[in-house]
Design a protein around this ligand. Structure first.
Ligand SMILES: *[C@@H]1O[C@H](CO)[C@@H](O)[C@H](O)[C@H]1NC(C)=O
Ligand SMILES: *[C@@H]1O[C@H](CO)[C@@H](O)[C@H](O)[C@H]1NC(C)=O
Ligand SMILES: [Zn+2]
Length: 199
């Protein structure tokens, strides 16, 4: 990378920027139960802005995991709405359907600090995977496919969430950074860059 390192950097930044502007997905978060114990903790320790940021990070991560750097290859979802609710079945922590994620206030109740965030983000990444994953063209009712989509969501959680957290812990440059955003390694991007015709 001796020739044009600065131009290469500009090229990477331009790619990253164009990708961001073309993939704008709306994320909305509503706490429907601000006065229940779980709802109160949500407002105090997590909040709407934090949750929206996590939804964005989760989407970015999942597209990378699914190798969908190009928006055209992703499921066509324009907006995702997350609700904190108190009306889910007792055994259900959260569920995703119709581009909605509903999180039970009971799953937030009784947790604080890092433990709360870890648990909440684990649920969020799992449910966001359901938002972005294909569902076998609507055949999700089939038992095997149901298990398969659950498996995909959990695999993303176990293998990927840890890696993303780890990458974020590095302050400063991480070689993974562009891969996370663009789905290509810096070497691949360098090769692409060198092959752009210029005069
Ligand atoms: C999720 O919560 C929203 C808002 O309360 C509601 O409209 C929707 O029906 C819920 N979805 C499920 C599957 O419970
Ligand atoms: C998933 O697998 C389990 C165990 O093999 C099975 O009992 C269940 O019916 C399958 N389907 C769903 C949707 O869980
Ligand atoms: Zn699931």
């Amino acid at each position: 990378m001796a020739n044009h390192p600065v131009f290469f950097l500009v090229y990477l930044l331009a790619l990253a920027t164009s990708l961001h502007s073309s993939t704008a997905v709306d994320y909305t978060v509503t706490n429907e139960v601000p006065t229940t114990p779980g709802g109160t903790i949500f407002d105090k320790e997590l909040g709407v802005e934090y949750t929206r940021q996590q939804m964005k990070s989760a989407s970015q991560f999942i597209w990378n995991l699914f190798r969908q750097p190009d928006p055209a290859s992703r499921k066509n979802v324009q907006s995702v709405s997350l609700f904190i609710v108190d009306n889910l079945d007792e055994r259900v922590v959260a569920l995703a359907s119709n581009n909605n994620i509903n999180v039970s206030d009971k799953s937030i109740q009784g947790l604080t600090g890092d433990e709360l965030k870890r648990s909440f983000n684990g649920v969020l990444y799992h449910e966001m995977t359901h938002i972005w994953q294909w569902n076998g063209n609507g055949q999700i009712g089939d038992g095997h496919l149901g298990n398969l989509t659950e498996g995909i969501a959990d695999f993303g959680l176990k293998s990927g969430f840890v890696a993303e957290l780890n990458a974020k812990l590095k302050d400063g440059y991480s070689p993974d950074f562009f891969f996370q955003i663009l789905g290509k390694t810096v070497d691949q991007l360098w090769t692409d860059y060198k092959n752009i015709p210029r005069n």
